[in-house]
Ligand binder design. Structure first.
Ligand code: FES
Length: 77
């Protein structure tokens, strides 16, 4: 879905930007241009960003455990 109509920025692009390390609205604004025209998208963009960062944080322990298990299996082989 398009979040920022003025700059044609989708929720997917915001999530990808978050995955690449952008974790604040000012970073999104500087990198993607989100919210730099009319500003009506700021609330939605912030919601998408926060939700994705929270979901990523929730997944991190599980991914870390899988990574450790994989490293141990490689070392044992
Ligand atoms: S919709 Fe994002 S700046 Fe206008």
């Amino acid at each position: 879905m398009i979040v920022c109509v003025c700059n044609n920025i989708s929720d997917r692009e915001i999530r990808q930007a978050a995955d690449s390390g952008l974790a604040t609205m000012s970073a999104l604004r500087d990198d993607l241009g989100v919210g730099t025209c009319c500003g009506k998208c700021k609330s939605c963009a912030k919601t998408v960003l926060r939700k994705h960062l929270n979901e990523s944080a929730d997944r991190a322990p599980a991914m870390q455990a899988k990574s450790i298990a994989f490293q141990r299996s490689v070392q044992a082989a």
